[in-house]
Design a protein around this ligand. Structure first.
Ligand SMILES: [Zn+2]
Length: 249
């Protein structure tokens, strides 16, 4: 790292949990952020600020006025633009040392798998179960750590999975019933700072993983209730019959 990089990241390098070695690991890392709205925006901003060398952001949506109450990587001037283009501009302005690849698609199938295989960590910041299940499958298939986040109304959750076939738990162990009781922020509302709290926690867990440390929320579900300022952590049990991470055959 040159002097400018040492100065830019100096307050983080001072941390015994990071140091020069951890900072160099971040520089050499690639994070995939799926969804760049309420959760993915702050998560990607912190990953970029902290010096993760390569970021891939994927989101099929365009910026709408109702996004701007909470999706802080987007700007009013971005209305109508693809979210990934708007977010890439914000991220590059924050830290031009970070390479940002923007995919204006809903990642699925082989493209998703290739992207996940190329990443050192995946942050699921999407807003629907179909994407969440697809991302989880790709992470289990490739053995890539997954930092999952969700937020609605005044409550959110974060969990980290590092599953392989036969060695769960994975996200699917937590939510077996695909597509049931799906709620959306457009129907029920969402509190602006909640997505910042959850997205920031996702960034924290991802940075722990990328610097080579343990992620405190691995195989645990942190539930954050901002209506009562209460946080609780539950252990996630592996489901031996899970169709994604269960034993083959
Ligand atoms: Zn599973």
């Amino acid at each position: 790292m040159d002097d400018e990089q040492l100065l830019r990241y100096s307050r983080q390098i001072l941390l015994p949990q990071v140091g020069i070695e951890g900072q160099e690991r971040l520089r050499d890392s690639h994070a995939l952020v799926v969804g760049v709205g309420g959760l993915g925006g702050p998560a990607a901003l912190y990953l970029a600020a902290a010096g993760v060398g390569r970021l891939t952001i994927a989101d099929p949506d365009r910026v709408e006025l109702s996004n701007l109450q909470r999706q802080i990587a987007l700007r009013t001037a971005d209305l109508g633009r693809p979210k990934v283009e708007a977010a890439r501009a914000t991220l590059r302005a924050l830290n031009p040392l970070v390479e940002v690849r923007a995919l204006a698609d809903r990642l699925a199938g082989a493209a998703l798998r290739a992207c996940v295989a190329d990443a050192d960590v995946v942050l699921d910041a999407s807003d629907n179960f179909a994407t969440r299940f697809d991302v989880n499958c790709a992470c289990v298939d490739t053995g890539t750590p997954l930092v999952s986040g969700a937020a609605i109304r005044m409550e959110g959750q974060v969990a980290v999975f590092h599953a392989r076939r036969g060695a769960g738990p994975c996200y699917r162990c937590l939510y077996m019933e695909q597509g049931t009781e799906e709620e959306t922020c457009s129907e029920t509302g969402v509190f602006a700072p909640l997505v910042g709290v959850i997205g920031s926690l996702q960034a924290a867990e991802a940075l722990r993983i990328l610097t080579g440390a343990a992620a405190p929320l691995q195989d645990r579900l942190l539930v954050v209730d901002l209506a009562h300022a209460q946080w609780r952590t539950l252990r996630i049990a592996r489901d031996p019959g899970c169709p994604v991470c269960g034993e083959p055959g």
